[in-house]
Design a protein around this ligand. Structure first.
Ligand SMILES: [Zn+2]
Length: 312
């Protein structure tokens, strides 16, 4: 595993996907003879935070491969065995993704010594009946609680602190490096947050329509309202679509936001009815800070274009 990581030219860290990594020869089969911490995370966006804080000290493995829907993900047994050889698992949080709960139960059985860090500890979670959850769309896939905690700066600050604490506990001799990593990451979070606040300065309280309600924390952070096309975690019926078309017309919205993990069919139907457009936002993009800044820019742009009466 040392060899694999060092062999990537210019790589200051190693980040591996379990599925992809196995094609190159299963990375965790070799004994861990280097000093790095083998850290597993559930989804891609968590990897950036772990990498920013752990730097060269961590080797990050992502459980859900790129382009795969995490709500319905089922890890293979081979993946489970590899995961159980990790030193640490940075989980999104208990009760947020059913598959993560099940997976960790099995990982713990295989490796009772694995250090499991709840990165959501201290985050004010959004539950299905909260106003930020996305209209009346309580998603059973979300267990009633929104798992997309990484999509808001104030949550990222909490997650960073939890990750730093976990790494420092597992590897106290490098705790100063982890503290420095966290500080420089927080500075980037603050810069992004300030840039987004500036973009939304005159748009408080406005609504946006999105297929899968992944942006509840983002909406709460910037005082926006997320309205979901997905109806209770399932494809919407004609009645829900009609309501959304009326809502969009009433609010003067011209964009329906969708994501790469779900079908854009229904979003397209609404967009057509309102002479608008479908714009993709990816809640699972690996570069979290850049992504939420781009997302903010897209949402702000949709409001500007709506005020001119043309789709972007
Ligand atoms: Zn989701």
């Amino acid at each position: 595993m040392n060899r694999v990581a060092v062999g990537i030219p210019g790589a200051l860290f190693c980040m591996l996907f379990l599925v992809g990594a196995c094609a190159m020869g299963c990375i965790h089969q070799e004994p861990h003879n280097d000093s790095r911490l083998n850290v597993a995370v559930t989804v891609l966006p968590q990897a950036e935070i772990a990498r920013e804080i752990g730097g060269e000290r961590v080797c990050v493995t992502v459980v859900v491969p790129p382009g795969v829907e995490p709500h319905t993900y089922e890890p293979a047994t081979s993946q489970l065995l590899e995961l159980s050889r990790s030193d640490m698992y940075l989980r999104i949080g208990p009760g947020l993704l059913p598959f993560e709960d099940n997976l960790l139960e099995r990982v713990r059985e295989l490796n009772p010594k694995i250090q499991i860090v709840d990165t959501s500890a201290g985050v004010l979670l959004i539950h299905g009946d909260d106003p930020w959850a996305g209209d009346d769309s309580v998603d059973p896939d979300h267990h009633g609680t929104d798992p997309h905690i990484w999509l808001a700066p104030s949550n990222l600050r909490i997650m960073a602190a939890n990750i730093e604490a976990g790494l420092s506990m597992a590897d106290p001799s490098h705790r100063e490096e982890y503290a420095r990593g966290k500080d420089s990451y927080l500075a980037k979070v603050n810069t992004t947050d300030a840039a987004i606040k500036a973009m939304f300065s005159e748009m408080e309280g406005r609504s946006f329509i999105v297929y899968h309600p992944a942006w509840g924390y983002f909406a709460r952070e910037y005082n926006l309202e997320q309205v979901a096309v997905e109806d209770g975690g399932t494809e919407p019926g004609i009645r829900h679509l009609t309501t959304l078309v009326e809502f969009a017309r009433e609010k003067g919205l011209m964009v329906v936001f969708a994501d790469p993990q779900h079908s854009t069919r229904e979003s397209g139907v609404i967009a057509e009815e309102i002479n608008g457009a479908v714009v993709l936002l990816d809640p699972l993009a690996p570069d979290v800070l850049e992504n939420i800044r781009d997302v903010a820019a897209e949402i702000a742009r949709s409001y500007r274009s709506a005020s001119r009466g043309v789709a972007p």
